[in-house]
Design a protein around this ligand. Structure first.
Ligand code: ZN
Length: 372
């Protein structure tokens, strides 16, 4: 009878040992990590809110940044939820093992209480006082041994039971704290995402308004499916030359012409300055060229157009200009050469000589960063 009981007690003690301490540390570390990254997000976001856009290009960049922040925050939220689910699963596992240990302890109590009951109730078997009950020496010794065993077992079981109870309470509290902390962080994060969405919507709206004022028809698709979404420029690099999707291309004030969103917006900025100087908007003879259009131009005038799939026109980053710019060293050409770079627009080296194409101008997003 003593051997299975000892084995049971050892099992219970083993569970207790494995549960002690480790879970508290895991939960605490999860909380700390989550808190720290939430603070970082908030700090970064507070910094971004401080700036006010000063030009169309800046506005476009801010809108794109806001969009990216939302994507990042959503990713962080998902990662956090995943991590929390992991820690919660671990806690649940520990609670289950604790429950099993408690059940095992209850099972151990049964034979002890049975023995106690038999000693109390049947004086012929033993009775509470073996000395009063009498009997031969061997019987007395056996009953005394039973009593000692009963008392020792009872004490051990009591002490293990109180340890298990403590463990259970601690784990339950830990689980509750973890849940509360996680819920709080999720609420904070989703409040941040709401703030970012608002910021993004405001930026895209004022960008749209500004562009419409300039005659750039943005259409209804700014925030959903459809054309010209200035916040999705980062996607443009995934698409091959001449195969840009419509939502990355924006129409120019000059009807029928389109460019990649960032180039189109920088061009609208440049066009404003040009109009101030020359009284007329810039004249465009060519802008974005789809792969099919590139092929058509190439076969019509081989040697005059870039190999299909190689031209910056196919990336929505080049224009061919008229209205004077096409004449090398005209006032318009010179003005554009002197002022274009402020807006990210420049005349590439090759176009000065091989082949000589004074009308061909390109956009470089890095140059655009010189804007005030
Ligand atoms: Zn060209």
């Amino acid at each position: 009878m003593s051997s299975p009981r000892s084995a049971g007690l050892i099992a219970v003690v083993t569970v207790m040992t494995s549960l002690t301490g480790a879970s508290t540390a895991a939960a605490a570390s999860a909380r700390t990590t989550v808190d720290a990254s939430a603070r970082t997000d908030a700090a970064v976001w507070a910094g971004e809110l401080g700036k006010e856009p000063t030009s169309l290009t800046e506005l476009r960049r801010e809108a794109q940044k806001a969009y990216k922040s939302i994507e990042d925050a959503n990713r962080a939220l998902v990662a956090r939820q995943k991590k929390f689910a992991g820690v919660e699963k671990e806690l649940a596992g520990k609670l289950t093992r604790l429950q099993q240990a408690t059940a095992e302890l209850n099972r151990l109590r049964k034979p002890l209480s049975d023995l106690a009951a038999s000693l109390y109730q049947d004086p012929s078997v033993g009775g509470l006082s073996p000395f009063i009950a009498g009997g031969d020496g061997t019987a007395i010794l056996r009953r005394m041994s039973d009593m000692q065993h009963l008392v020792a077992g009872h004490n051990t079981v009591l002490s293990e039971a109180s340890k298990l109870l403590e463990g259970q309470q601690r784990l339950a509290q830990e689980a509750q704290e973890l849940r509360a902390a996680s819920l709080l962080q999720e609420a904070q994060l989703s409040a941040q995402v709401t703030l970012m969405r608002k910021r993004s919507t405001t930026l895209v709206r004022s960008l749209t308004r500004a562009l419409v004022k300039l005659g750039v028809k943005i259409g209804q698709g700014t925030e959903g499916a459809g054309g010209c979404d200035p916040t999705r420029i980062a996607q443009a690099e995934q698409y091959p030359n001449g195969l840009l999707p419509k939502n990355i291309l924006c129409p120019l004030p000059q009807g029928g012409e389109t460019l990649r969103a960032d180039a189109a917006i920088a061009f609208a900025d440049l066009n404003l300055a040009y109009k101030k100087r020359f009284g007329t908007p810039m004249c465009i003879s060519d802008s974005y060229r789809s792969l099919g259009e590139q092929q058509a131009v190439y076969y019509r005038r081989p040697g005059f157009a870039a190999t299909p799939g190689k031209s910056n026109h196919g990336l929505g980053l080049a224009v061919d200009l008229c209205g004077g710019v096409q004449s090398f060293r005209s006032a318009q050409f010179n003005w554009l050469e002197a002022n274009g770079k402020k807006y990210g627009w420049f005349h590439p080296d090759w176009a000065y000589h091989s082949p000589f194409e004074p009308w061909h101008w390109e956009y470089d997003p890095k140059l655009g960063s010189l804007l005030p």
